[in-house]
Structures are given as structure tokens and as C-alpha cells.
Design a protein around this ligand. Sequence first.
Ligand code: GUN
Ligand code: ZN
Length: 446
Amino acid sequence: DAGTIKGHRGSVLHFLRDPSDHDGEGQAYEYFEDGILVVEHGKVVHCGDAEDVKSRYPHLEIEDHTPHLIVPGFVDCHVHYPQTEMIAAYGEQLLEWLDSYVFPVEAKFGDHEHASQVADFFVKELLRSGTTTALTFCTVHEESVDALFEASSKRNMLMIAGKVLMDADPYAPEQLRMNAVKSYEASKRLIDKWHKRGRCLYAVTPRFAITSTPEELQLAGKLLGDHQHDGVYMHTHLNENKSEIELATSIHGSESYLSIYDKAKLLGPRSVFAHCVHMKDSEWKQMKATDSVMAFCPTSNLFLGSGLVDLHAVKEHKIRCGLGSDVGGGTSFCQLQSLNEAYKVGQLSGFKLDPLSAFYLLTLGSASALSLNDRIGNFLPGKEADFVVLDPGSTALLRHRVSLSSTLQEKLFLLATLGDDRCIAKTFVTGCCQFQRRLEKSAQAL
Ligand code: GUN
Ligand code: ZN
């Protein structure tokens, strides 16, 4: 039971700050090769060397995960749960891909039963991929938000989500279009119903500048303004694809994409902009000045052929940046795979994403991007005990390759490059095991 004090033994790794921030003070991470993470009432009490913890807590009940690696639960800063239904759709870039594949699938989420089935599959898929917190799009339907929060609440997951706003005719297709005032009122009802209920948090979610009229963006800005003191988020897309940028700026008669959102007062420390692939210098500066956040979605940016994020600029401008899977534009729920692709994006511009910075981004970095670093992201006392047990020997290749490596950095790099959901042995949410890997039934013949 979650109330009793319990130790989890294994190699334990967590971060205290960004290891690539060279002005940062103190050590960036703690690693206990033989460590114990102590949990009580769903919160972290302590973590340290096994011998030391055992002498402090002589009667501690211990679950032994040795020789696996215990790390904080992964955080996904940008994902679309309804798109679980069409992940890996062939042949198109953003705008055609939305019309051909995304919108038809999203149109079905007015049916609560359907939305619940997909939401259930989605949260289970997050957990089996090691993700314990996500910022997710729903659809324009109020029911889609209920279904998602019902599914995440059942597993007590810290989840941020919101109803999608899209009212622009003809860019939002008729079956997904909702009048801006109606959408605003539905969003308000959903904030009252779900924001801060258990571990649920709400995000005002205009899809992107193309599918919302200026009036709708203004109302979204008002909603954010009225609720941001209470920790409500804003979640949208920005500068993903060149045709998208051209269309968005011409519809709104704006010299930059970000200015469209700025005009509607949508920027700020809890505003998360997915992609940021093609940014002007002025837009980076505007992001920084408002403390706005970007979600870096490498598997999606490559799959949809959107482009390469300028990681040098992100660092240079000190932009708050988290990692997103962007499923179904992204191709994996497992954020280890996002790291794999992130490294390759860096390689193409001479930016080295080192393994410690990568694991920081996966955990505390993304938690900080979502302003949740006071609750999750590492194992300091009092943090909510969301964690993952990683098995670096889960595949023959990893086992073989890791056995030939010597340093922690090397092992982390192998996990980030060769690892995927097969490495997730167990996932714990507030101290309770919500996923345990078994040998799965072999694939059916096509
Ligand atoms: N821009 C607007 N909607 C979407 C979406 O569903 N996915 C992605 N990747 N970009 C978008
Ligand atoms: Zn997206």
C-alpha cells in the first residue's frame, strides 16, 4: 500500500540542476550505484547509498530492483492523445497530413465512449513507455477532455490537458469547428471541473494560428489572463513548417508568427509552444522576454519533414525547453527515442547533446519547462514519487553493448540511443506500480 514507508533499491540517478549550465552552482546530479529511494505516502523521503539508508531506516521494507537503474518518471511536454489512432501515417507534410489523417480521426471524439477507449490506451501506452506526466492536446469536444482526465486520474497521473479551440472557417473543417464564445464557455466549465482536481491541470489550447480567428485567440488570452494566477497553462503550436508559417502570417497580417499570439496576450511562463523550428531572432527574444516555453519534438520534426531545431539558438537565448513526443506526428511514445532523434538533430548542426544533459532534459528539464520542478523531476525529499525502473539489459544488443561500456555517461548514451519501451521494467506513480513489463504476446501475422 502507498502509505507505508518503502525502499526501492537499484542504481539511482537524478538531477539537481542542468548539467550544461556552466554558471550553475553545486553538483548537477547524484548517482548512487547501489542506492535506495525511500518513499512514503506517495512522496520521496530520501535517496542515498544503500548501506547508509539501511542504517538510517533499519526496519525498512525494500523492493530490490538491482541491477536496474531508477530514474524520475519521464515528462512529455507535447503530445496529442487522439492521434494515437493515426500515428505513423504515410506520405505528407504538416498541412496535408492534418487534412488527410488527423482531422478525420479527431472528428470521432465527440463520442465519450470512443474517447474513453482511446484515452485508456493512451495513458497505458505512456506508462509502458516510462512517461508519468504529459501535456496533451485533446480535441475540440468537451467529452474528449473528460475522457482523458478520467483515464489519467484512475492511475493518479499528473496530467495537463485542455479542449482544443478551432473556429476559423474554412481552415478548421466543419466537423471540428466550434463557435469561439461556445468554446470559451466550455473551456471555463472544464477549468472549474478539472483544474487542480487530484493531479489534473488545465491548459487553454488554441490549436494554432491557422485554425483560430483573431477573436478566438483574444478569448483564449482572456481565459489565460483570468486563470494564470491559479496555474492554468496555454498550449499551442509555433513555427513548425514553412507553408504553415506563410499561411498563418498572411491570414493574420502579421510580420511574425509569434506576434499573432503575443497580440492576443498568450505568451508567458506557463505558455508552451510546440516545435519552434523556423524562428526569427526577434521571436527567440520575445520568447525569452516573456519566459515562454518551447517543446522540442525531434521525432515529429523529422517524420513530418518540418526541419531542424536550432539547438545553438535555444542555448544561446537561454530558452526554457522541454522534450515532446508529439505523437501522432511523432513516431514513438518512448521519450528515449525522442532523445535518440534529438542527438541526431544536434549532429546536423554541430551541437553535441551530451548524455547527462539528455537525461536532464528527459526528467528535471522537462519538469522545469512545465513549472512542475517543485513537485516532480527529481528525488529531493517531498517530491511526488513518480519514477521508472530501467533495464539496460532488456535487449541482447543493449546487454552486450552496455557490458562493454565503463562509465555512467556511456551507459546513459547507449540507453538514449538504443533504448525504447523494452527498457522500461516498471513505472511507479506516487509510489504505486502502474506498469510492470512482461514478455508480451508475439506479434500477430499480418
Ligand atoms: N499544428 C496544428 N495542429 C497540429 C497537430 O495536430 N500536430 C502537429 N505536429 N502540428 C500541428
Ligand atoms: Zn503537436
